[in-house]
Design a protein around this ligand. Structure first.
Ligand code: ATP
Ligand code: MG
Length: 588
């Protein structure tokens, strides 16, 4: 039992200027966290209590799924990362930590980094400790702080520079085993989100820099989310926009026959798709080929899309480059022979075609069949460009951004879009890390094989805020029972009355005996202030004891999530409070 006057819940009337979204405002106003710097937060007692609940429930569900808890250092020798597969990409988001004075590496290379995740640490550990198929499978997890130098930390705990993650790593002898481990984690995640009272849906996700073979993200639907989820509830299709595909291009679409010979025509000053759509040229965007130049691991490459489509940049990750970016105009001219606005991928038109690492075409250009593209000559385009006859395509793929309304790849039903907060992620990794770090096992025939890995993460601190984003009203937070910092708040309107205090202690003890955590608001504040704070901090069950009520022999019981207030005779208060606690537990 805690007494508010002795505790520390610094609630605020106003939210800070930098808090843009409801959950961020409430985090601060309800006294859960305080900001230290960009993306850095102190967990105040209430916030810490919720974090501890989330951590404990997560731990229970991971252990139930057979995972084993350990704890790895947060400070990593940079060697581990340099040796790993994603140093080039990951170093951008890593904080460096150098021990003063004795720089063993060149001044440009860090000696230590603060861990953004732990594949580079767990894999060498498992390599050193596990060698036989008899010791597999294993799944290790920890719940710990991660550091990422996010370019734009924002929305409080949602995108922080230091945050708490549950991360797990599975090691299996076989691919089948690894798929099983993956599904066990998916089920554990579902159980976790259910228990904490959050709605999180599993959606297909891009494997990105991890380069694994498949992956799901867990998304809490919310307007302020950073991700677009493309879905159709009837078919059950759900994917992150970065990964989503559609049935726009029929699988059996025949190649278009040429419509005529290539013709060059002058397009002075026409530099955009829209300009070519306008008179006098009047070429609809869906009859144009758009040519983009990117640089992948130092070499330029082309991407061709329909003029009406947008590139989904993440999908270029499937091309196998470690890092890629749009080319600058200065890089484009020497390769293509023209500036952006007149570029194309017609065979024989680029100035230095062999310099290109490839020409990657979105499959939807096959819907264009014959169209218009840049001539690689400033101020000129080509018409009657036939996809199979004229374009120098190395490989077709899916690179475009799906739009709502396009047919679901499974059922053909129209796809929808909604925004979501990514609270968790699971990857089937394959053998990429185990091969690089030599994490191998011997089978019963004494043969060596790389272990098949999976990796899994839940953003615990982000989840805390996602719960608030999902569960609040105009007055404050509405905590789900299982993660509430306290489940019962006893509001003492007249704390100076000994009989009121006495009753509060008795009822508090009864609620505790029923399994609730109790806080008694014994502050010398006006009732209005107490009720406002009670709503703000969102404790599920409120019991109010006032001097006037006591004269009539009643106290009041109210659920935070409901409007009505029950008047309860003092004689029945203990039993009714205990019953309400059991009701709360049952709903959780
Ligand atoms: P995002 O796309 O939001 O940047 P991510 O895909 O880089 O996240 P993962 O590497 O998959 O993140 O990490 C696992 C989980 O950690 C995420 O699902 C998310 O819940 C959480 N997380 C990642 N970055 C942050 C951050 N900067 N602040 C708080 N939580 C984070
Ligand atoms: Mg992720």
């Amino acid at each position: 039992m805690k007494f508010w006057s002795q505790y520390f819940i610094p609630t605020l009337k106003e939210s800070p200027a930098d808090a843009e979204i409801a959950s961020h405002k409430l985090l601060i106003r309800a006294g859960l966290v305080r900001k230290l710097g960009g993306g850095l937060y102190t967990y105040l007692p209430l916030g810490l209590r919720v974090m501890q609940k989330l951590t404990q429930i997560c731990r229970e569900e991971m252990e139930r799924a057979g995972a084993i808890e350990l704890q790895m250092p947060l400070l990593h020798p940079a060697e581990n990362w340099v040796h790993g597969p994603r140093w080039a990409a990951a170093r951008e988001i890593m904080f460096r930590a150098d021990s003063a004075g004795e720089g063993k590496r060149s001044p440009r290379e860090p000696e230590y980094v603060l861990g953004p995740t732990h594949e580079e640490i767990i894999t060498p550990l498992v390599k050193a400790e596990i060698t036989s198929y008899r010791d597999l499978p294993k799944n290790f997890f920890q719940i710990a702080t991660k550091f990422r130098n996010e370019i734009r930390p924002r929305f409080g705990l949602m995108r922080a520079r230091e945050f708490v993650m549950m991360d797990a790593y599975s090691f299996d002898a076989t691919d089948e085993g690894s798929v099983k481990s993956y599904h066990a984690m998916k089920a554990a995640y579902e159980a976790f989100f259910r228990r904490i009272g959050a709605t999180a849906i599993a959606v297909e996700a891009d494997t990105g820099v991890m380069g694994g073979s498949f992956s799901h993200e867990f998304m809490v639907p919310a307007e302020i989310g950073d991700d677009d989820v493309i879905y159709n509830e009837e078919s059950g299709y759900a994917a992150n926009r970065e990964k989503a595909t559609s049935g726009l291009v029929p699988k059996d679409l025949p190649d278009a026959a040429p419509a005529g010979g290539l013709e060059e025509f002058a397009t002075p000053g026409v530099l955009t798709i829209a300009a070519l759509e306008a008179a006098p040229h009047s070429v609809p965007a869906d009859r144009q080929f758009k040519t983009l130049v990117y640089v992948g691991d130092g070499k330029p490459f082309l991407v061709i899309l329909r003029g009406c489509d947008e590139l989904e940049e993440t999908k270029l990750g499937s091309l196998g480059f470690t890092v890629f970016r749009p080319a600058t105009p200065e890089e484009i001219e020497p390769v293509m022979g023209a500036r952006p606005g007149s570029l194309g991928a017609v065979r024989g038109t680029a100035k230095n075609f062999p310099a290109l690492a490839g020409v990657f075409a979105d499959q939807a250009i096959r819907l264009v069949g014959n169209g218009v593209t840049g001539a690689n000559k400033d101020g000129f385009h080509l018409r009657n460009v036939n996809v199979s006859r004229d374009l120098a395509v190395t490989k077709f793929g899916d690179f475009r951004r799906v739009r709502p309304g396009e047919p679901d790849p499974r059922s053909g039903a129209p796809l929808k879009v909604r925004r979501g907060i990514e609270v968790g992620h699971i990857f089937k990794l394959g053998t990429k890390y185990s091969e690089i770090f030599g994490a191998a096992y011997t089978d019963d025939q004494k043969q060596n094989h790389p272990m098949v890995m999976g990796c899994y993460g839940i953003g615990i601190s982000r989840t805390l805020q996602a719960i608030i984003e999902q569960g609040h009203d105009a007055d404050g937070i509405v905590w789900p029972w299982a993660v509430a910092p306290f489940q019962v708040l006893i509001c003492l309107l007249d704390p100076q009355l000994p009989e009121a205090m006495e009753l509060a202690r008795t009822l508090g003890a009864a609620a505790e005996a029923a399994g609730a955590e109790v806080i008694i608001d014994d502050r010398a504040e006006r009732p209005g202030v107490k009720f406002k704070d009670a709503d703000l901090i969102g404790v599920p069950l409120r019991l109010t004891i006032g001097g006037r009520g006591l004269k009539d022999g009643i106290v009041e019981l109210k659920w935070r999530a409901a409007k009505d207030i029950a008047k309860v005779p003092v004689a029945e208060a203990e039993a009714q409070l205990a019953a309400a606690v059991r009701e709360g537990q049952a709903k959780a």
